[in-house]
Design a binder for this molecule. Sequence first.
Ligand code: SAH
Ligand code: AVI
Length: 332
Amino acid sequence: MASDISSLLAEDRPSASTAEAAWRAAEIEAFAEAVLDGLARRPRSIPSRFLYDATGSALFEEITKLKEYYPTRTETKMLETFGAEIAEHAGDADILVEFGSGSSRKTSLLIDALDNLHTYVPIDVSESFLAEAAKRLVARHDGLTVKPLVGDFTRARTLIGAPRGERLGFFSGSTIGNLTHAEAKAFLENAAQLLGRGSVFLIGVDLKKSLDILIPAYDDEDGVTAAFSLNLLARVNRELDGDFDTRRFAHCALYNEHKGRIEIYLESLTDQKVSVRGRSFSFARGERIHTENSHKYSVHEFQVLASTAGWRPITAWTDADDLFSLHLLRLV
Ligand code: SAH
Ligand code: AVI
């Protein structure tokens, strides 16, 4: 597939259901390859985008409501507070392209602030998130055309079906922190190609902070984040004929000071053997699978990163408690 991105809109793509089915089949094979390679490698790892099947997406929504998980409520409040200022810089935008749009709940605040917007293009690997969000936004915003694209935002090379126009990019929730610095730079360069010269990009980025706040945000007392992580193994069982016993693995979140990131692992609680698509993998007690990174940036660190990818900082906002930042960038 040229772009790994296919439109889910049946009305303007007669072959959409075929494209969807092809994408789904390709995604399962990509998952199989990532898991079989990732479990054979040392250290063991599985890319975090595979956390978001329908169950994972629903669990992520639960995470966003946890008292320990400050990013969603902080960014939401910031969008409410700074919406008018964002519109001063991006008010000409008529197309909004969102990367990793998820439930698109925060997006409505941005759409409300932008008078000229006629088209919204949410991009996500989670079909369940996308379809539900598209329906909700069409119902909520009169006259808005929604063109959802299912696929990997790091590999999107074109925005199939999106009209030409002034584009505003949106990457919320600090999902950019789930990429390594090198991946984030490559993502920003690719987004520059997709959005085009003169476009504006709004990115939510989590700030560095005390571990007293950071660790509970990724290891909450109700175990919702643990369930989100462990669902990855349950997904392997469902989709790849695996036999992981999820009770014999534990969610583990730690802060890597040197790399400035939360690292999430699934740790084997016993010596055990697991089979995936007929291949056997041995785990020693204490052995881990690395499933996620969540990088934290100072405002300056992120502005430097964005600049190396060709994006010029317009402004950056932080909240009163210095938990989260919103960056507005322009492609020069
Ligand atoms: N922006 C939303 C959702 C954040 S959760 C918010 O702030 O609440 C991260 C979202 O990115 C999920 O919906 C997940 O499915 C999506 N995602 C993660 N990696 C992706 C990738 N490589 N390509 C496309 N979508 C991805
Ligand atoms: C989507 N992403 C920005 C979340 C984060 O904070 O890194 C994913 C997450 N993983 C565990 N909790 C939240």
